[in-house]
Design a protein around this ligand. Structure first.
Ligand code: GLY
Length: 349
């Protein structure tokens, strides 16, 4: 399925977004959006599900509207929360932080937040990053006992002269900022999986399962600002101290106005070696559509990492016209656009 089908603006409850524009303006915008997308449904339809192939545009049509784009199935609840922020005229920055916090609190896959699978020593260590289109960024890595690493990353961006804080230093900064840092614990489910893993101790990531990890988000707000964020516990049963792509600017996330943004999920080592998100944004700068940019970046990741049969990487991109791209190494990468879940096309099936 072509993931780039256009999405008309939605309000928080899924109805067409009309409340902040004049009725005439809203109708005209909806007609233009529908025409641009190739969707055959009426202009008042709340969502276009018809796939379209988007072409490179040399004369971008301004179609700024709230958009939320997230990785995996848990992108749906994240998007819902983000869209609530965006449709209340909130910022893209607030939207991605709010969306990530939802998954940090509840992640049935045990790959985000304090309920995650631990590292090989039985410790849950968390990574997160946040970035805005004007180049501001904050990240934390290898933090323990922090319920919302994405919010800590935002504080690094807003209250320190630094971009990345790690480990005990990041936890100290959390305490100094009034964020509680709890003692390390494991949920019963995480402990059971860790003990089962200890019996074999094999480092063998399972495609779309242990790599079924990060919640990464991109949002474009009504004012035309873009932000990205990601938060994860990384690879299950990793070596203590291991950090993946998610908290590294240019690897797991990257946004650059007025070009666009890109986010990654999957086996972090493969993305770190290539700065995957940066690759995609630079491809867009060179004229690629978001879809072409994702495909080029994934191809490069495969080229640099060799045999792709043992790993998954999923990539999403968004430009300031609201066009999206999605692509993965392997089949099985799902993503959420607004309140709809889609399967990304992949290099291998
Ligand atoms: N993509 C998340 C990680 O590898 O840590």
């Amino acid at each position: 399925m072509d993931p780039t089908a256009d999405i008309p603006p939605l309000s928080a409850d899924g109805a067409p977004e009309t409340n902040r524009r004049s009725a005439c303006g809203a109708i005209l915008a909806a007609i233009l959006a529908t025409a641009a997308s190739g969707c055959r449904t009426a202009a008042t339809a709340s969502r276009c599900t018809e796939p379209v192939t988007l072409e490179k545009s040399t004369t971008p049509t301004p179609r700024r509207r709230p958009i939320a784009l997230s990785t995996w199935d848990h992108g749906l609840p994240a998007n819902r929360a983000a869209l609530g922020v965006l449709h209340a005229d909130g910022s893209a920055l607030d939207a991605v932080e709010t969306g990530c916090r939802v998954v940090e609190l509840e992640c049935p896959d045990m790959t985000v937040g304090l309920g995650s699978r631990p590292d090989r020593d039985g410790r849950v260590t968390l990574d997160a990053a946040i970035m805005t289109g004007d180049g501001r960024a904050g990240c934390v890595a290898f933090v323990q006992g922090v319920a919302h690493p994405v919010s800590l990353a935002r504080l690094v961006m807003e209250r320190t002269p630094h971009v990345l804080l790690v480990g005990a230093g990041a936890e100290q900064f959390a305490r100094e900022s009034g964020i509680s840092v709890t003692a390390p614990t494991l949920t019963r489910a995480a402990e059971a999986e860790w003990r089962a893993w200890l019996a074999e101790r094999r480092y063998q990531p399972t495609i779309n399962i242990e790599n079924h990890d990060t919640i990464s988000m991109l949002a474009l707000d009504a004012a035309g600002n873009m932000a990205a964020a990601s938060t994860t516990s990384g690879l299950a049963f990793k070596m203590h101290g291991r950090v993946g792509d998610s908290p590294i600017i240019g690897a797991g996330i990257f946004v650059d106005a007025p070009i666009g943004g890109a986010i990654c999920t999957g086996l972090g080592e493969t993305v770190l070696r290539t700065l995957g998100a940066h690759l995609a944004v630079e491809a867009m700068r060179a004229g690629a559509t978001p879809q072409e940019a994702c495909e080029r970046a994934i191809d490069r990741i495969i080229e640099k990492n060799g045999d792709p049969s043992g790993y998954q990487v999923g990539m999403l991109a968004l430009d300031f016209e609201g066009r999206i791209g999605a692509y993965a190494v392997q089949r099985g990468f799902t993503f959420a656009i607004q309140e709809e879940l889609r399967d990304a096309p992949s290099r291998f099936s």
